[in-house]
Design a protein around this ligand. Structure first.
Ligand code: BGC
Length: 957
């Protein structure tokens, strides 16, 4: 998996030969008289566990994986060995008393995903760990700072409480939009509290012990907020998120030590329907159960004693609080007349609306497991940028422009009159200057607020979310003039860092890069979704499949994807089918499978593995991958697939004018399905090899080869021309998936170029074809054509959306125009991430940062220069550290700065630089004798060491 130390040695030899490492070697020779143990190099940094967690509490993994980095300014370049120590206390660790595990010195260059191999860990256990390394000269580093892990409750048996809820649950009838009548059940949000004395005294024992530590373990069937003595325990939004609730519900762990009083306390929560009870897509008849809460507060005292407070019959509940209704699609209704000041604090008088809860035992078949990625949170707050004059406004209505299409909730600070209901609506764009909500379909997406008093209110909806740029408010105090300070937009997504930083000399390209990131922010609310505004917001597998790898370049989303893949595994049917959107089971909508969509089960794990080097993602998902292939194989005749699907979804200018065929584009579904069948076989064969399953690998490779032959024969003529409609996607698929050899490759490349030329250098690709354009064109040495497509201003193109005011990526190439508004098609979300997959090429292509092995242990730096850009910069956070590229071209002179992280080797591939002009860190490369042996005259430098590089040369574009 990682480059071996002997290869590193070899590399150092190379460095000495080409003279780049003279300084390092001088330093090394100066140090040789000092024994290895005496030299203290700087300690490893950035200690993380699992998919990037820093000192987690409530951690999910019983066998943690450890990762670290070598600091960019460390003297060491490469790691030769490591040692990890794990102890049950900080004091022990400091004394080198690794009572849980001491890996001892391990000869390995791996700095990531090292599995714990010590004593079995159990729920709640706190462990402390540290690491040190030996570098390429066998010099030993200092120990890292200690890091910690605290496990969550790992088994259902750890939970002592029961699910609790209101006895009547305040059932209402939900509105059936189609027939304009109330139909489905709906439940009012619940307010639950219990009072308890924090003490470890028993009647026969006196104690003066104090609270040492307290943890709240908590979850809901639905979504919740928790409070202790009136204070919110966290900033998480709508936890626990969305999993297949009938199989697994994620639990949260909060450190609540600072919120507790010695003596009397109140533990409280609000619970609303969220994804558990709320409808999915349009309402269909289904057995919906009311929401419920499960909590367990564990207090530890300084004398070692413990106290546990759980959800049980001692709790009280009301559905008569101010949040009258809340749903993801339809919005929240808040009535301040029902506020209950102090309801979650000591001294509150419960009126007759409060009832003792009813409780239900935990279901053994529903696994309670610590949340394995971060819950959602408010990640940004945006100001409103203008008040818009809309055509034909209703009286008393004001429309705000947030300047950005987003997923989130509004924060209102508006003047109101007592009992005059404020209504808040949301729109993604204006339709010829009118407020347009038709593209939300049946999602009502409206919040209401009824003030109890006149004055200025501050209101942020709690248990809903909207996809919007424009906000319409009515019902405010009409004597006041609307002001921008009335409204802010709180942007929500799962709590990960967004790292995207691609910049170039071209304003529209930069805007596109930004829009893609907003498409990411807008569709990563606990699960990957297709859109955040209409009555879907679903984990469509096809969309996820094309955007998973690109999203990794822009944000720390490995944990997010690994978590969703667990849900995909749980949703896979017994016959191996992967539903089209996930989670899906409880929705009671169809559970069909499509090629290119269900293949997410294979493609996402493999591509995550390539980016991270973490074999665990393959191990976890291998059975699912196998089952999916077996399911597909059932639909394969003579090595050709008969699986149906959404095909090249939403390809522009389809031959069919209307209906579902038009949406599926021109490329035949049989061709697409067989290509994906082969592609998944190829990936699973590689995965099998990594996992040491050689027999599987051989058999999948054999199937792949058969599918390849059959594919070539069935769909292409002798000149490798596709039989039937000559779509761009019909050439992109075999070229990207390696389904052609020899002359077929060059033929197909020519045909592809011809289809692009005949479309006046426009793309003609949908969800499946579009992400393949850049890698295929770059591979055939025609990045110039990719630049043509990328810089096209007219429909269909990425810049067309920018020319029409886009602030996110759209579902269709023509979802909207400034002149005509929304296109007539029924599906026209302005916040769909699939076409944003192109952003991967900004990093991999324009900047040229591409993993040359697995997990970026070796990196190719191969920027695709083009006359349209004079400058580009950006970076990517690899498991080893950040790789950064910045280049500019002025008067034919390239100036490039590159930073290669430690423990990584880099290959510089710069064929566009004129031979003999390349200078690296002040030295002419062509002067080196070895340059010729190593092919450096082609401007390729291989296996270069970590560090900073300045590269210049003449360039002709
Ligand atoms: C979704 C798409 C999805 C497609 C498949 C649409 O409604 O928004 O993103 O992949 O359906 O049919």
């Amino acid at each position: 998996m990682f480059v071996s130390f002997s290869e590193f040695r070899f590399t150092l030899n190379q460095f000495s030969r080409i003279g780049l490492f003279t300084c390092l070697l001088l330093l090394i020779s100066a140090c040789t008289h000092i024994s290895a143990q005496q030299v203290k190099l700087s300690a490893p940094i950035k200690l993380t566990v699992g998919e990037g967690f820093v000192n987690p509490i409530g951690y999910y993994e019983q066998v943690p994986r450890f990762s670290w980095q070598i600091a960019a300014d460390a003297n060491s370049q490469l790691q030769q060995a490591y040692q990890i120590q794990v102890a049950s206390s900080l004091a022990r660790l400091a004394n080198a008393d690794a009572d849980l595990w001491d890996s001892q010195k391990q000869l390995s260059s791996a700095t990531s995903w090292i599995k714990y191999q010590g004593k079995a860990l159990s729920s709640r256990q706190q462990i402390f760990w540290r690491v040190r390394i030996w570098d390429e000269q066998a010099q030993i580093s200092k120990w890292s700072e200690a890091a910690s892990i605290e496990l969550g409750l790992l088994a259902n048996e750890d939970w002592q409480g029961q699910w609790i809820r209101h006895p009547e649950t305040g059932e209402m009838q939900a509105f059936d939009h189609k027939n304009k009548q109330f139909k489905n059940k709906l439940y009012r949000p619940q307010y639950l509290t219990t009072q308890f004395i924090a003490t470890n005294k028993t009647s026969d024992k006196k104690s003066t012990a104090e609270i040492k530590q307290a943890r709240l373990y908590i979850t809901a069937k639905g979504v919740f907020n928790a409070y202790i003595n009136g204070q919110k325990v966290s900033e998480d939004v709508m936890p626990p998120g969305w999993t297949p609730y009938l199989q697994r519900i994620e639990t949260l762990t909060y450190d609540v030590t600072a919120l507790l009083n010695e003596g009397e306390n109140v533990l409280a929560a609000t619970v609303a329907e969220g994804w558990y009870t709320g409808r999915i897509l349009w309402p269909v008849p289904r057995e919906v159960k009311p929401s419920a809460l499960l909590a367990q507060l564990e207090i530890q005292y300084t004398d070692g004693s413990r106290q546990t407070v759980v959800t049980d019959r001692n709790w009280q509940v009301t559905v008569n609080g101010p949040i009258r209704a809340a749903g993801n699609y339809d919005g929240e209704t808040y009535d301040a007349n029902y506020e209950m000041p102090g309801w979650n604090k000591l001294g509150f008088n419960h009126d007759e609306s409060w009832k003792p809860v009813i409780s239900e035992a935990l279901e053994p078949q529903v696994v309670l497991a610590p949340k394995r990625h971060h819950a959602s949170a408010v990640k940004l707050t945006l100001p409103a940028i203008s008040i818009v004059d809309v055509a034909n406004p209703e009286p008393g209505v004001v429309v705000f422009d947030m300047g950005q299409n987003m997923l989130g909730v509004p924060e209102l600070n508006i003047p109101v009159l007592a009992n005059q209901k404020v209504k808040i609506r949301f729109a993604e764009a204006l339709q010829k200057n009118t407020f347009y909500t038709k593209n939300m379909r049946s999602a009502i997406a409206t919040d209401y607020y009824t003030p109890a008093q006149s004055g200025v209110i501050n209101y942020v909806p709690t248990f809903t979310f909207h996809g919007y740029r424009f906000v319409e408010i009515s019902g405010f105090d009409q004597s006041k003039t609307p002001d921008l300070s009335w409204l802010k937009g709180r942007v929500l997504h799962s709590n990960f860092d967004v790292n995207a930083n691609f910049k170039s000399s071209h304003a529209k390209l930069n805007k596109l890069a930004e829009n893609v990131v907003w498409g990411l922010r807008g569709n990563f609310l606990d699960i990957p979704t297709d859109c955040p505004q209409r009555d879907e917001r679903l984990g469509w597998t096809g969309d996820a499949q094309v955007f998973a790898a690109p999203s990794m370049y822009m944000a720390d989303v490995y944990g997010f994807w690994a978590a969703w893949l667990q849900t995909v595994r749980e949703e896979q049917a017994d016959d191996g089918r992967i539903p089209n959107f996930i989670p899906t089971k409880e929705s009671k909508h169809g559970r069909g499978s499509s090629s290119g969509w269900g293949d997410a089960a294979v493609i996402i794990p493999w591509e995550l593995y390539l980016l991270t080097g973490d074999a665990q993602i393959l191990k976890e998902n291998y059975d699912m991958m196998q089952k999916w292939l077996a399911f597909h194989q059932e639909k394969v005749k003579d090595d050709l697939s008969t699986m149906g699907g959404f095909a090249d979804w939403l390809q522009p200018h389809p031959k069919a004018k209307e209906g579902s065929q038009a949406r599926r584009g021109d490329t035949s579904i049989e061709l697409i399905s067989t290509a994906y069948y082969a592609h998944s076989l190829d990936y699973i064969a590689k995965a099998a090899q990594v996992l040491g399953r050689d027999a599987d690998a051989a058999s999948y490779t054999a199937s792949f080869n058969r599918a390849k032959v059959a594919f070539r024969k069935a769909y292409y003529d002798e000149q490798t021309k596709v039989i039937g409609a000559a779509s761009q996607t019909s050439y992109l698929l075999p070229l990207a998936f390696g389904l052609f050899d020899g002359v077929d490759v060059t033929n197909a490349q020519q045909h592809l170029l011809a289809t692009i030329a005949s479309a006046d250098h426009h793309l003609r690709t949908g969800f499946l074809g579009t992400p393949l354009l850049a890698p295929v064109l770059q591979d055939m040495g025609r990045s110039d054509v990719m630049y043509d497509l990328l810089f096209k201003e007219t429909y269909p193109s990425w810049f067309y959306s920018i020319n029409n005011g886009a602030t996110t990526t759209w579902e269709r190439w023509n979802s909207y125009s400034l002149k005509d508004g929304f296109s007539k098609a029924s599906m026209n979300s302005l916040n769909h991430y699939a076409y944003g997959a192109v952003a991967k090429w900004f990093y991999e292509g324009i900047l040229g940062i591409k993993s040359a092995g697995v997990g970026f242990n070796e990196i190719n730096i191969e920027p695709q220069f083009n006359q349209r850009l004079t400058q580009a910069s950006g970076s990517y956070k690899t498991p080893q550290g950040e790789v950064a590229v910045e280049w500019s071209i002025a008067q034919g002179q390239l100036d490039m700065q590159v930073t290669i992280p430690k423990n990584t080797l880099a290959n510089f591939i710069l064929p566009q630089v004129q031979a003999g002009t390349l200078i690296i860190n002040g030295e002419s490369v062509s002067n080196q004798k070895d340059a010729i042996d190593k092919g450096l005259t082609k401007n390729m430098l291989i296996k270069q060491a970590p560090g900073a590089y300045r590269i210049t040369g003449r360039i002709s574009l």
